[in-house]
Design a protein around this ligand. Structure first.
Ligand code: 4NP
Length: 155
């Protein structure tokens, strides 16, 4: 069963949303037993915390619960088959870890069907609109990711 790990900077905004929306799409498709799904941050400042309340509330409005607790990526994540990052800073930070195989690291918006953006912008210092934009991007791109994975991309 493939291990899919979503990664951002703090693991309290973007990657917990990506984890929750990907899980939501997987459940809707009846594929719960087909993936291990998790998220982590490249930084550990928020270790143990629930996701940002603004992110949880924006997701709740769309019928998706974000339940994860923040943690920092570590070599225990070596079992990840795919590490899905939100932006270029995450990409650089993740591939610089000695145990990471760069071919297993992808940018989430590669899987978005029609956005010209390449990064999910960090909403942490912005207002509610920024959180809604993150969810628009994450919702479509995680569905695109599921389509990609269901086409047996990892076989
Ligand atoms: P995230 O957002 O990477 O989407 O979780 C951030 C959350 C916290 C911080 C930075 C980004 N921070 O510096 O504490």
């Amino acid at each position: 069963m493939p291990n899919i790990l979503f990664v951002c900077l703090g693991n309290i905004c973007r990657s917990p949303a990506a984890e929750a929306f990907f899980r939501h799409h997987v459940t809707t498709r009846g594929a719960d037993d087909r993936f291990n799904i998790d998220s982590a941050g490249t930084g550990g400042w928020h270790e143990g915390e629930l996701a940002d309340a603004r992110m949880r509330s924006a997701a709740q409005h769309r019928g998706v619960q974000i339940l994860s607790r923040a943690r920092k990526i570590s070599s225990s994540d070596q079992s990840a088959d795919l590490i899905v990052v939100m932006d270029e800073v995450n990409f650089k930070d993740v591939i610089s870890l000695s145990w990471v195989k760069p071919t297993r690291v992808r940018r989430l918006l590669e899987f978005h069907p029609n956005s010209s953006r390449t990064a999910v912008p960090d909403p942490y210092y912005d207002g509610q609109d920024a959180f809604d934009l993150v969810l628009d991007l994450v919702d479509s791109a995680t569905l695109g990711l599921l389509d990609y994975l269901e086409s047996d991309a990892l076989d």
